[in-house]
Design a protein around this ligand. Structure first.
Ligand code: SF4
Length: 292
């Protein structure tokens, strides 16, 4: 008899923005049976395939004007203004599921960009280059924002100019704070005015709030199975937190990735995931571990 105890983290799973986008898509599919999502609705292949079976197709920007019926869904990551323009010109209706948190961040960056233009300032976004959310943020600055993925790229920032720093919603707080500290140091070293440096922590609380909770969860169990799509930025950040708290943490995308050897001499397993991980997938994986 298998004695492994498996617990699913109660706070893991879809965040508010993803739930909202998927529910909107499902309602539309119930009515019309087909819908086109601009980019994958969520960074999770298993969930994308589930929705595909219901009629949700993924399209790229090049294909916007070819969709039939003339309707596209914009996912929680948001889009730059050009996308809305393209859809409008092609007579395509937009179902806008941009997460309200991202929408607010887009508006803040747009206002800061107007301010920066008055004082020769620069907009810096701490985020992943070419990530959909980041593309939407850069779009608020007519493409002029500088995107910094990590501290090594700091030389791209001209610290003699006023700097307005924002973060992609899914970056780690530690990385953001370190970047703030190094930029401030660089300004001081170059004899600049640190009062001209404005840093806005725009990391989503749905991500940052889960981190300490997940670390506690990871410490409680012998083995951690972290379930997420490989493309999920948030998944990478939260998995790293688990791995730091418990070295016996494993990243899986689906049940087939599970290796029974991980559970040798193990009494408790914790199953958790990212803001893009469906609850039903974590439940399936927990069942497989329980009866393995
Ligand atoms: S992580 Fe936060 S900002 Fe991103 S979609 Fe979810 S709720 Fe919105």
């Amino acid at each position: 008899m298998n004695k492994i105890k498996v617990e699913i983290d109660s706070l893991s799973g879809f965040c508010y923005g993803v739930i909202r986008a998927i529910e909107t898509a499902e309602k539309e599919l119930e009515k019309n049976g087909v819908l086109f999502s601009l980019g994958e609705i969520v960074h999770n292949n298993v969930e994308v395939n589930r929705l595909k079976n219901k009629g949700l197709n993924t399209i790229s920007h090049e294909n916007i004007s070819t969709v039939e019926p003339k309707k596209i869904l914009i996912r929680a990551h948001g889009e730059p203004p050009e996308t809305y323009e393209t859809a409008k010109n092609a007579g395509i209706e937009v179902i806008d599921c941009t997460c309200p948190v991202v929408l607010k961040l887009q508006e803040r960056i747009k206002r800061a960009y107007e301010e920066a233009k008055q004082c020769n300032g620069i907009i810096v976004i701490f985020g992943k280059k070419r990530h959909a959310e980041v593309n939407g943020l850069v779009g608020q600055t007519e493409g002029n924002a500088i995107v910094i993925e990590n501290i090594d790229e700091i030389n791209q920032i001209d610290c003699s100019r006023p700097v307005f720093l924002f973060s992609q919603t899914t970056k780690s707080i530690e990385g953001f704070e370190e970047l703030c500290r190094i930029i401030a140091e660089k300004i001081e070293q170059s004899g600049g005015d640190t009062a001209m440096f404005k840093a806005y922590n725009t990391i989503c609380r749905q991500v940052s709030g889960r981190k300490p909770h997940l670390e506690d969860f990871a410490r409680k169990h012998d083995v951690i199975i972290f379930v997420s799509g490989k493309q999920s930025s948030n998944g990478k950040v939260l998995y790293q937190s688990c791995k730091n708290a418990n070295p016996n943490s494993y990243f899986v995308e689906q049940s087939g990735d599970i290796n029974p050897e991980w559970f040798v001499n193990c009494q408790t397993v914790g199953v958790c995931g990212a803001t893009s991980t469906p609850k039903w997938l974590m439940e399936n994986i927990a069942e497989i571990i329980r009866f393995s």
